[in-house]
Ligand binder design. Sequence first.
Ligand code: NAP
Length: 290
Amino acid sequence: MEINGCTCVCGLIGNPVEHTMSPAIHNTLASEQGVNLVYVPFHVPFGQLEEAVKGAFALNLLGVNVTVPYKSAVLPFLEGTDPLAGQIGAVNTLVRGERGFVGYNTDMPGLYRAMCEDGVNIEGEMVLILGAGGAARAVAMLAARKGAGKIVLLNRTYMKAESLAEEVNRAAGRKIAMAMALEEYSRLPSEERFLAIQTTNVGMFPKTEETLIKDEAFYRKVHTGYDLIFNPARTRFMSLVEKGGGRAFSGLKMLLYQGIIAYELWTGRQVQAELARKAYGEMKRAMGIS
Ligand code: NAP
């Protein structure tokens, strides 16, 4: 693509950003649709987030993605947030407003699109969420909105799971979520089979041999395991779910769709299924997997 005076710039702010897959998604979409846009990662040093956000707006960036550790920290520097992002309390996509960026959360709808494509149902399910951080917030709100039967939040820091469960119950207007300390996982009822969504960073590259729970008995209670981690594309959590007889999915497709929804917000263009598949192929190629 030729870069000229009309080229729009989008990018990712985070720390670190060096291993991001997002350029493969956005640059593929833009070049396939003939949109004059480039997407680049920006490493933002700690303490310089405000300057980065205001500078990006002043430099006329069309759109910005936000990643760890800034998804909530960025909120004070925005013109506003879309209602869904406000409820989740974290944003991963900034869209230009009149005087500053407006924050959106495309992680949650991205996960939902990925689950629909993978044939994973939420309605009426017993949903077990491992973790209670930023990603878990989006997952818990999604599960509540899509009619989960029950949501169990299992986290190392019990207090965080407890306060997230309270927030979810308040937002849902019913007592649907409950908290559990991680070490109590063996008390999960053995007659239940769960849709387990792994939202912690345990097992991420380079510590790929790690996983939050190693006990094989736990995995026999899981009929479907969704790991939000996408690097490696196959985690130890996924292997254990499959060994226990369940279906397992990685976070790679969620990453694809959170990117596609952001791109659609920035450009106003729709991404059709065939182009989504092409971008998915480019992501896999960038990761060295077939
Ligand atoms: P976060 O807010 O920092 O939360 C991290 C969570 O992991 C917390 O629940 C934390 O427990 C738990 N945790 C971390 N280290 C642990 C350890 N050694 N033992 C037990 N628990 C541990 O991070 P986040 O933003 O939610 O992101 C979490 C993961 O989701 C990352 O791997 C990220 O790549 C992935 N993600 C993927 C996508 C996608 O598109 N696929 C999108 C968003 C996020 P405590 O509360 O006890 O600290």
